[in-house]
Structures are given as C-alpha cells and as structure tokens.
Design a protein around this ligand. Structure first.
Ligand code: SAM
Length: 329
C-alpha cells in the first residue's frame, strides 16, 4: 500500500476523471435514453467526500483531475467544489479541468478561472441549430455558443469535442475544423462507443475516423503531433489552419497501451476502464472514514485494471450496460 499507482501492465495512473453528477440538462441520443432515471442526491459523494478522495489520490501520484458527469456544471454549488479542489493546485495537483456541454459556462467561466482552471473541453456535435437540437434532444445552440464565447473571453483554453455521427453531422466536420481554427480552439473528433442502451442503433451512425482522416488528408496537411497526453487521442497539426486536431478511435484503432487514467462515478464507484465492469466501491469507506480500506480498494482496482477495452460497435448489446453519463465521460 502507498506509493505510485502502477497497474499490472506497468502503466502509471496519474489522471482521474471524476463525475460529480449523473444528471444532465441534455439527452444526447448516442449517450442517453430520452427518459433517464437519475440517482437520489444522498447517493452522491458529498463535496467533503470528494475532497477526501482527491487528497488520497494526490498522495498516490495523481496529478491531473478532470470533473465531468452527467453535466458537471448542473450540480448545485459545484463552483464551490471547484474552488476547494483548486486549492490543491501546485500542492500535488498540476491540473484541474472539466468537460462540459457548455450550457452553464456563461455564468461559470470567470469563477472557473478564479479557481485555477485553465482549460475546458466543451462538447459540441453541431453548429447547426436544428441538428444540435436533434442530437441533444433539448439543448439550445445559442446558449452553448454564448457559453463557449464566455469561456474564451475569461481566458480559458477551449477544446471542442465532437462525436462524429454518420448522416447527422459528418458534413460539418470540415466547417467545424475551420471554425475552431478561427476561434483558436482545438478540435477532437470521437467515434461513438457502445455504452448503455439508447433508443437508437448506434452502428447506423458509426463512422470510422480513419475515413474522416483520409478525406481531410485530401485537403489539408495533417502532421502527426509529438503531443502525447497519455489519453486516447492521436493529435495532428493541421498545417494550413494552425489548429490541432485530435482523433479518438476506440473502435477502429485501440489506444489502451498508453492509458494513464481511472474513472470515478458520482456515487464513488471507481472503474479501471470505461469499457469494463471492473470496479471498487469507495463511497461507504470514505463515509465511514476508513482511509486504509479506501487505499486497499484503490490498490485492488489498479492491480486488476484491464489491459484494454473490447468495444464492438456491431455487437447486439452494448459492451457495458452503464451509460457514459453514469461512468463520467
Ligand atoms: N456533459 C458533459 C459534456 O457534454 O461534455 C460531460 C459528460 S459527457 C458524457 C462527456 C463526453 O462523452 C461528451 O463529449 C459526449 O459527447 C461523450 N459521449 C457520451 N456518450 C458517448 C458515446 N456513447 N460514445 C462516444 N462519446 C460519448
């Protein structure tokens, strides 16, 4: 017990994605069912419990923390939590970021900056109001674009995440790239993954990103970037546009060998892999102050972290039953 978190394949875990709520104000078709049941509040980790957990992780070498959800900015008081976690920056924590749908960024951006957040990932699958409303089922594009503008104005570095959906937004990839370049945002394209049942047939909208890349190669010079974040994206510098393009290809090109992360749900379940059910339950251990127990559970999780996910977009049932919003995207 104690010391760095190194799994059975020699990978050092230094990055945690922590969901602060399973709730979201959107119902993106590839992510959630239209009528989702959300968890009662008392099942969620309290802010104090999240702080305890984060301190335990920092003590074990975790230096990067990303808050996610659900939609992290819809949890009441979450900016106080960000502030409290921000006090760990420079004291073990190197980076505190979040992934958001942008709907609440207009109000939150300046406080995020004041708490030490420097970068945000904003999910934006379309810049067409009708397509955006269709994909998100209840999102308003103008509100999200205003949120993104507020983030930029506040000095946050913005990366746009776009899940590529054949027949829905694949005609917007190049315009999105050009828009990002003009705004000085980076863009990461993501393949849709089989997580949790949704009403849609995901395979109908699945588009392998190598095809997208081949099409972009015809028009632009994509120079493989030296940037490696230990994350799933492969990065390219788009020479003509001075923008960085990331490709996340869980289905068509596995990236697990360099994985440096684990995920914690809003209820304190820690998963070793997005695509497996391997997990430990930390909430009750944190709640009853059993730090040794929590450390032992953490060690067990890391020791058993799966080598790789096995997503199969064509399989009749999703690889894991839980939705991305439950695990923390
Ligand atoms: N609400 C926040 C947001 O929209 O960014 C954070 C949570 S969301 C689950 C995180 C990311 O996961 C989003 O970029 C979303 O598009 C992506 N996502 C959700 N379900 C997915 C799936 N089945 N396959 C691929 N990406 C997915």
């Amino acid at each position: 017990m104690g010391g760095a978190l190194i799994d059975g394949f020699g990978r050092r875990i230094s990055y945690v994605r922590l969901s602060v709520t399973d709730r979201c104000d959107f119902r993106c078709r590839y992510c959630m069912a239209e009528h989702m049941t959300f968890l009662p509040k008392e099942q969620l980790l309290s802010f104090g419990e999240i702080e305890q957990l984060v301190d335990l992780l920092i003590a074990r070498g975790v230096s990067k923390l990303r808050l996610t959800g659900g939609e992290p900015l819809v949890r009441r008081g979450v900016l106080d939590l960000v502030d409290r976690l921000g006090s760990r920056l420079g004291a073990g924590l190197d980076e505190l970021t979040l992934t958001t749908n942008g709907s609440q960024l207009g109000d939150a951006a300046e406080r995020l900056v004041a708490s030490g957040v420097r970068r945000v990932n904003v999910s934006l699958d379309s810049r067409d109001p009708g397509t955006f409303a269709h994909i998100t089922r209840r999102g308003r594009l103008d509100q999200v674009l205003a949120g993104i503008a507020a983030a930029k104005q506040a000095g946050l570095r913005v990366k746009i995440n776009m899940v590529v959906l054949k027949g829905l937004n694949d005609d917007e990839i190049e315009p999105m790239l050009r828009w990002c370049a003009g705004e000085r945002f980076d863009l990461t394209l993501i393949e849709t993954m089989p997580l949790g049942e949704v009403e849609e047939d995901r395979s109908a909208h699945y588009l392998p990103l190598d095809r997208v890349k081949s099409a972009l190669d015809q028009r632009y010079t994509l120079v493989p970037s030296l940037v490696r974040t230990g994350g799933p994206a492969r990065y390219f510098d788009v020479a003509e546009l001075a923008v960085q393009l990331g490709l996340i290809t869980p289905i068509s090109d596995n990236f697990c060998a360099g994985c440096n992360r684990v995920r914690v749900t809003a209820t304190g379940t820690m998963y070793g892999c997005l695509g497996h059910d391997q997990k430990v339950e930390l909430r009750d251990l944190l709640r009853s102050g059993e730090r040794n127990g929590a450390e032992a559970a953490l060690d067990a999780l890391i020791a058993g972290k799966p080598q790789r996910h096995r997503f199969d977009i064509a399989a009749p049932a999703p690889a894991v039953e839980r939705h991305m919003s439950a695990t923390g995207g």
